[in-house]
Design a protein around this ligand. Structure first.
Ligand SMILES: NC(=O)c1ccc[n+]([C@@H]2O[C@H](COP(=O)([O-])OP(=O)(O)OC[C@H]3O[C@@H](n4cnc5c(N)ncnc54)[C@H](O)[C@@H]3O)[C@@H](O)[C@H]2O)c1
Length: 334
């Protein structure tokens, strides 16, 4: 199956992963519609490709979404729109649930009603909670450690049951952590790059926690391969690099890439999460079997590219300048 000349909708397409996925879809000559409420995503992420895509401002909870799918004759939907940044879920758990779980439900039902051929739901490795064993395959117990992770698991399982109950052709992608240009939240990689751009003394939280990191371009390519794979419909599939690094190790690797000979680390209690995931490490066997996917960009190369992007963009990330359009948030909730 090819996506060439196919009408593809990307919810959350103005965000970090979404804006890379859109670029990869354009390389496939797909006709791309971005659907986003610009809460954490930003138009500047799409500026360079603005003329090649259609952009619609809207919320995934909006009942009108089905009219957009119908009017634009959408055949394939990537559902990335979400509230994804864990520290924010401590302040607004209800909204996380609303957008991440109910939002996904609205996208799935709208897709069914309008005869969308395939939907890919962006789930997360966070649904597993901390590793009980490594590498973590899709059969690993799901013991989420945050409201974010619970909301993503609700959507993940909802998609699975909707596939069986309603015959919705959905693929569930459990993405492990990604990093790269256009990050929209202060995750560990952008945080380390920002701090190390100023000095070689770092303020960090849990430096023993480890994450399995995939460069965003590799992740987006994997998602497209999954969308093209008919056999993946109704399946839950991990995408990750298969190697995990502790925050402490990442700090040393990035500091070296940024030209420091040594670093000092101060642990700040307020940076510790109340209930943290200690370790994530992906088993990629199922992805290999279904789509023969393997990430190509190793950690050092991916970090080099990310640091270069950061420097080219005045050493600023989106969230440092962005004011979220608060008025759009609760419009479709009750
Ligand atoms: N970044 C990661 O490492 C990672 C890992 C696993 C899974 N994911 C998942 O990937 C997806 C994208 O994450 P990201 O890191 O690019 O985050 P992001 O915040 O950059 O992207 C989310 C996008 O959704 C939009 N959005 C938020 N609420 C919306 C709503 N109600 N209606 C329409 N649009 C809305 C935002 O404006 C933003 O553009 C999310 O579903 C996230 O859970 C991310």
């Amino acid at each position: 199956m090819k996506l060439e000349d196919k009408n593809v909708l990307v919810t959350g397409g103005a965000g970090f992963i979404g804006s890379t996925l859109v670029r990869e879809l354009l390389k496939e000559n797909a006709r791309v519609v971005v659907y986003d409420n610009f809460f954490s995503g930003d138009m500047s992420n799409l500026e360079a490709i603005r003329k090649e895509i259609d952009i619609i401002s809207g919320c995934i909870l909006d009942p009108q979404l089905k009219n957009i799918l119908a009017n634009k004759d959408i055949e394939y939907v990537f559902n990335l729109a979400a509230e994804p940044y864990i520290p924010h879920c401590y302040d607004r758990p209800k909204r996380f649930f609303e957008v991440n779980a109910n939002g996904a439900l609205n996208v799935m039902l709208a897709s069914k009603e309008t005869g969308v051929k395939r939907v890919l739901q962006y789930s997360s490795s966070e649904v597993y909670g901390t590793a009980k064993y490594v590498p973590m395959d899709e059969k690993h117990p799901t013991l989420p450690c945050s409201t974010y992770a619970v909301s993503k698991l609700a959507a993940d399982r909802l998609c699975f049951t909707l596939h069986h109950e309603q015959d919705i052709p959905v693929i569930i992608l459990r993405q492990f952590n990604t990093y790269g240009p256009r990050e929209t939240h202060p995750y560990i990689i952008p945080e380390l790059i920002t701090q190390l751009s100023e000095k070689n003394r770092l303020k960090l939280g849990n430096i023993k926690a480890s994450r399995d990191l995939t460069y965003v371009e590799d992740a987006a390519k994997g998602a497209i391969k999954l969308m093209k794979c008919k056999k993946a419909i109704g399946e839950v599939i991990n995408l990750g690099y298969g190697v995990d690094y502790k925050v402490e190790e990442l700090a040393h690797i990035i500091s070296e890439l940024m030209g420091w000979d040594s670093i000092d680390i101060d642990i700040e209690k307020e940076r510790l999460r109340p209930f943290d995931v200690e370790r994530l490490n992906s088993d990629q066997s199922k992805a290999k079997k279904f789509i023969d996917w393997k990430p190509r960009i190793d950690l050092k190369e991916g970090l080099r590219r990310t640091i270069e992007w950061f420097k080219e963009n005045d050493c600023k990330w989106i969230w440092e300048t962005k004011i979220a359009p608060e008025d759009k948030i609760w419009k479709y909730s009750n």
